[in-house]
Design a protein around this ligand. Sequence first.
Ligand code: HEC
Length: 157
Amino acid sequence: MHQAFARMLTSGTLAASLCVAGAQAEPVPPDAVVFEDGMVLASLTGVAGNPEEGAKTFVDRRLGNCLACHVNEAMSDHLFHGEVGPPLDGVADRWEEAEIRGIVADSKEFFGEETVMPGFYSLNVGTDVRKDLVGKTILTAQQVEDIVAYLLTLKEQ
Ligand code: HEC
């Protein structure tokens, strides 16, 4: 993926944030996230995701709103699970952490431009966006890490 490599080369911010390892590091800015075949190997924040916080962001209609499109048996006490996307039960058996991080951060990098799943840590949210959302991501880097940590608990095997 030479596109990702070029982005890596041109991104001084990323280089800087990689030098500051550990909890104090700044989150990787959304336009500096390195995708490799749609995957994001490194944590966006350097801070371990919190699955309980992730579960809250997942169901929050103003944040992840993941149930709008996905069935998730673990959330069966919440109503109205959409079926636009595949059920997320057992998702951790199907995908590795780096794949799940790539899907949540920017599903277009993973599935291609035609996917209807929003990129949650991407500035590429479409053209018909409320003015106050231009230049912002739907979720913060830590909210993405928390959701990734939550999804990694969804195992069936
Ligand atoms: C507007 C609908 C929509 C929303 C909202 C949405 N997704 Fe998706 N998602 C999809 C679709 C559709 C796919 C299947 C990929 C494709 O065909 O484009 C998918 C695929 C996935 C996959 C891969 C599942 C698998 O087993 O292959 C994961 C993981 C995922 N979504 C997580 C999430 C999370 C987490 C959220 C909330 C932060 C979310 N999605 C919000 C539509 C959505």
